[in-house]
Structures are given as structure tokens and as C-alpha cells.
Ligand binder design. Structure first.
Ligand code: ADP
Ligand code: MG
Length: 541
């Protein structure tokens, strides 16, 4: 592939100068491919993995196409959260730093509306906003959409999702039809893509950056299987082992965020939460602390962290797996940005194994299983860091202040004892968690040596005891003697298998088809012979 340079793109010198100042050496693939298409006036769906510079991919041509002579709103960028609106607005200002006569403004809820009204009156051409506040301004007639020529949906699939679709509908109605529409996101589920056709012209171009994997290949992904009650301890062990300089921890719900923040703070971790129920000021304060490094960990819901770009996030923790596969991609994309390395850890219970398997398949990523570290391993890691630190201090001869006291101590005590005691005092406060045992017990298994598995196919799918046994036998390559206690219900089925093969069965039988139905397999949490209420998806975000 030929490498395109910023010089080769038909953009003004003012923009080139600014992006070079921002440290961009060459355009990323999504930038070099979408900028010319956008400049040609076509509608665009721009899809590229997280952290690949989608913001600049639409901001550069957008700035290029604004007419600085006209002092009215010509472009609107819509984002799902306030933080993202601010972030995009900051990037647009940086890219447009040397352009004259162009004004942009972020508008979002939580900020006094009067201030925004005043700013809007001063002749803003680019508005970057969250849907709610944009509608508010449209209704107050403080934001006139008549001259809008460009609309951009950042995190487009989220914007066209249930939570926002009504607002989007209303906003789109207020914008003249001959506009140019651009949708950007890392993920674009088929049903959303279909829906997006409504807003795009027939000849819209889908610029998708081909990649081997959906998720960034610079991200190492692992999972850890634990009991539900051990999630917190597993998380703390992982943090204590890796000592990340900045990490984002994901929970499914706002309540989950609040609870985890409280438990972690009680253990002395520097952590704060971020979700939609918190005040605007609080959220911005927290995000700023996280950005400048005075806060090590951020606990967030999926929506709150969408698109957020923080330099140097080394770790993403899935304290709980997300609701859908797209969210997994977006979550782990908070690390490994702009080609850097990152680590993504998922803490799962045996029940979630089937879903993890699906994530693995769909994202084609290599999520390897690992054991939660033992306390000894955590100490070993810390000792290693300390040994290296001591060696480098010795090398740099950076210890003169302490020579006298060291001499004095070694005159009265054996030098090994002195060093060991210093280590003791240094390390006694190193672990934040009061770990009760060296090793975290393995997740509890169902009754004895059997594991009860749930299959998401049943009588209505034509499933019989015989077909289920042969399905398991053929897919997992296990003997019929290791399968027993089968219960076929109307919509699903349960079966007991030997503990030693249950993982194999989960792995090989998930995602296959029984009489045209794609089946999901999970470890059942209920007692034998009892059916259960399948109601995993409680959307609460
Ligand atoms: P995305 O929206 O694709 O997830 P962002 O637009 O937030 O990614 O960009 C991720 C980071 O990469 C940002 O800090 C951005 O400034 C930086 N970046 C964007 N384009 C380039 C480039 N061409 N070269 C280097 N860094 C870039
Ligand atoms: Mg983005």
C-alpha cells in the first residue's frame, strides 16, 4: 500500500502546520482514506478500530469546508456524552488553530445554558454537542439549523441506538436535506447500519479500514475465571501484580460502579467513578484528575467511557463482561491507543464463559486464560521491581545521604538482617488488599464431579435426548458415558457432564447449530432438575 503523507492531501497549510504541531507524522489509514471522500462532498460511514484517529478524520475536512466568511452554524457534530463532546471540540480547536475566522463551540447539558446562548450568538460555525442540549437550543431558537451543511455522528452506532434514536430523529428533521452526513465508529452492527441508510444518501461511501482483528492487536487480552464473590479480590490481585499507572475498570451498571468505587476506596486504591448520574462538574473533575495522573483508576459504565481518549491508559479491566460484543471492543479500545501497547483483563464467572467465547469468535481476538496471581507471585513481582530500582540507585551512586546511617546500622547488626528489616518496613504496606490465602480458590463447581450445563435449545427446536447426546459427542469429542441427567425443556435443556470435560463441552458446543438454532451453552447455577428464569439482559445504564 502506498503511504500517503499529509502533504499529499488536498488540505490547507494552516491545517498541515497544526497537525504536525500535534505530533501527527502521517495520516492514519482512516484519515488518508476518508478525508478525500469527505472533501468530495459524499456521505460517509467511516469505520476503523478504536484509537486510530477517527476524530481528525472528520475534523480536518470539516474545518476545510467551513466558509469563514459566513457567521452561521454550518456543521454539527453529535456525541453521546459531554466528555466526548468536549474532547472532540478540543481536537477541532487544535486542528483549526491557525485558521482565521472559524469558531467552534461545545454544547452539553450541565453547563449553564445562558453562557452557551451568548457564545452561539457570537457567530459560531461548528457546534459539537450532545443530543439533549442540541434539541434544547433548537427549541429555544438559539441554534439555527437552516444553514447546516454537514452533520457528523461520532460513535455513530451508539447515537443510533435505542437511547438516542428519538433525539437523533428530531435533530435530523431540523437539518436541510441537502446536507452531507458522516457516521464514524469502530463498530457498526448490521441492524444499525441498516437503520443508518435512512439518514444517508444513496451514493454514501463506506470507508472501512480492513484489519485482521476487530480489536487492536497491540492489546494483550486475558481472562480470569472466578466465583462471583471473588471478583473484587481477583481485581485487586491483578492490580497489585501489574501496578498499572492508569487503568479503566468497567461495570455494567451505575450501581455497580458506585459499589465498586466504595469497596476499592475502602482498600486504599486511588479510584473514582464515572457514570451518567453524576453531576457534570463531578464528571469533568474526575476525568481531568485521571488525565493528569493524580487518579490512577477510573471505574466507568460503557456509555460514560465511549470514545474517551486518555493518553497512557495501560490497563482495561472488565470487572463484569459488557452486555454486547461491540461494547467489549469499545472498552478495550481505551488502551493501546495510537499504536501503543495495552493490557485488557476480563474477570468472568463460569456462567459467563459461553459469552466470552462468543466475544472471542466475533472479534477474532486471542483472549487467553490465565490464573489469578497468588500472593507470592504478587510479592515476587514487587521484589523484582525493587531489586531493579536498588541496582539502578547503586549504579547512579544516588545514596550518599544515607551512608552514615547505613554504616551505623551495620556496625551494630548483621548487614543481611538490616536489609531484610528495611524490606519488611518497606513492604508491609504494599498490598492494599488483606489477602486471606496465597491462592484464590477455583470457582465452585456444581455438585461433586458433575457440572450442570445449560443449552439454549429445547423441545420447540426438535431437541431430543438422543440428538443432544450426539451433538455433544460430535462437537466436543467426548464419550456418551460422560454425559448424563439430561432434561429437555420447551425452550432449553440441561445436562450434566464430568467436571474434567465441561470446559471442552462449553468451548466446542457454543455457537454450533441444533436443527437450525444457534445454541449458547453456559454453566448452570441452579440445582439439578430445576429450570430457571432466563433474564440476563437487564439494561440499566
Ligand atoms: P478514535 O476516535 O479512532 O478512537 P481518536 O480520534 O480519539 O481515536 O485518536 C486517538 C489518539 O490518536 C488521539 O490522541 C489523537 O490525537 C491521536 N492521533 C490521531 N491521528 C493521529 C495521527 N495521524 N498520528 C498520530 N496520532 C494521531
Ligand atoms: Mg473517537
Amino acid at each position: 500500500m502506498n503511504i500517503i503523507k499529509f502533504e499529499d492531501l488536498p488540505i490547507s497549510d494552516d491545517i498541515k502546520r497544526a497537525v504536525i504541531e500535534m505530533g501527527f507524522e502521517e495520516p492514519s489509514p482512516i484519515q488518508s482514506q476518508s478525508i478525500p471522500v469527505i472533501l468530495s462532498g459524499k456521505d460517509v460511514i467511516g469505520q476503523a478500530q478504536t484509537g486510530t484517529g477517527k476524530t481528525a478524520a472528520f475534523s480536518i475536512p470539516l474545518l476545510e469546508m467551513i466558509n469563514p466568511e459566513e457567521k452561521n452554524v454550518q456543521a454539527v457534530v453529535l456525541c453521546p456524552t459531554r466528555e466526548l463532546a468536549i474532547q472532540v471540540s478540543t481536537e477541532i480547536r487544535k486542528i483549526g488553530k491557525y485558521m482565521h475566522g472559524i469558531k467552534s463551540l461545545p454544547v452539553y447539558g450541565g453547563q449553564p445554558i445562558e453562557r452557551q446562548i451568548k457564545a452561539l450568538k457570537s457567530g459560531v460555525q461548528i457546534v459539537i454537542g450532545t443530543p439533549g442540549r442540541v434539541i434544547d437550543h433548537i427549541n429555544r431558537k438559539t441554534l439555527k439549523m437552516d444553514n447546516v451543511k454537514m452533520v457528523i455522528l461520532d460513535e455513530a452506532d451508539e447515537m443510533l441506538n435505542m437511547g438516542f434514536i428519538d433525539d437523533m430523529e428530531e435533530i435530523m428533521k431540523s437539518i436541510p436535506e441537502e446536507r452531507q452526513t458522516m457516521l464514524f465508529s469502530a463498530t457498526m452492527p448490521p441492524q444499525i447500519k441498516k437503520l443508518s441508510k435512512k439518514y444517508l444518501k444513496e451514493d454514501a461511501k463506506h470507508v472501512a479500514i480492513a484489519r485482521k482483528e476487530l480489536t487492536g492487536s497491540t492489546i494483550t487480552q486475558n481472562y480470569f475465571e472466578v466465583n462471583g464473590s471473588q471478583r473484587l479480590e481477583a481485581l485487586c490481585r491483578l492490580i497489585d501484580l501489574d501496578n498499572p499507572s492508569a487503568g479503566i475498570i468497567f461495570c455494567r451498571t451505575k450501581k455497580g460502579v458506585d459499589e465498586l468505587v466504595a469497596s476499592m476506596q475502602a482498600k486504599g486504591y486511588m479510584v473514582e467513578g464515572m457514570h451518567g448520574d453524576m453531576s457534570q462538574i463531578q464528571r469533568i473533575k474526575t476525568l481531568n484528575k485521571f488525565k493528569n495522573g493524580s487518579l490512577k483508576f477510573l471505574v466507568a459504565t460503557d456509555v460514560a467511557a465511549r470514545g474517551i481518549d486518555v493518553d497512557g491508559v495501560t490497563h482495561v479491566f472488565n470487572y463484569e463482561l459488557p452486555q454486547d460484543i461491540e461494547s467489549y471492543v469499545h472498552r478495550i479500545g481505551r488502551t493501546g491507543r495510537a499504536g501503543r501497547e495495552g493490557t485488557a483483563y476480563s474477570i468472568i464467572t463460569p456462567k459467563e464463559f459461553g459469552f466470552l467465547k462468543q466475544i472471542k469468535n466475533v472479534t477474532k481476538s486471542n483472549i487467553e486464560r490465565k490464573q489469578v496471581p497468588t500472593v507470592q507471585e504478587i510479592y515476587n513481582a514487587k521484589f523484582k521491581i525493587m531489586t531493579e530500582e536498588v541496582s539502578s540507585i547503586i549504579e547512579a551512586e544516588d545514596y550518599s545521604k544515607f551512608v552514615d546511617i547505613a554504616t551505623e546500622l551495620t556496625q551494630t547488626h548483621d548487614s543481611v538482617k538490616v536489609i531484610a528489616s528495611l524490606l519488611q518496613s518497606q513492604f508491609k504496606n504494599q498490598l492494599s488488599f488483606d489477602y486471606s490465602s496465597d491462592k484464590l480458590e477455583s470457582p465452585a463447581k456444581v455438585k461433586g464431579d458433575d457440572v450442570r450445563l445449560f443449552f439454549s435449545a429445547g423441545r420447540r427446536d426438535g431437541l431430543t435426548i438422543k440428538t443432544l447426546i450426539s451433538y455433544i459427542k460430535n462437537n466436543a469429542k467426548v464419550g456418551a458415558s460422560q454425559i448424563r441427567d439430561i432434561d429437555i425443556m420447551e425452550n432449553f435443556a440441561f445436562v450434566n457432564v464430568d467436571n474434567s470435560i465441561h470446559r471442552q463441552v462449553l468451548e466446542k458446543c457454543t455457537g454450533g447449530k441444533i436443527n437450525k438454532r444457534r445454541v449458547n451453552v453456559e454453566v448452570s447455577t441452579n440445582n439439578k432438575k430445576k429450570s430457571r428464569n432466563r433474564n440476563r439482559k437487564s439494561k440499566n445504564n
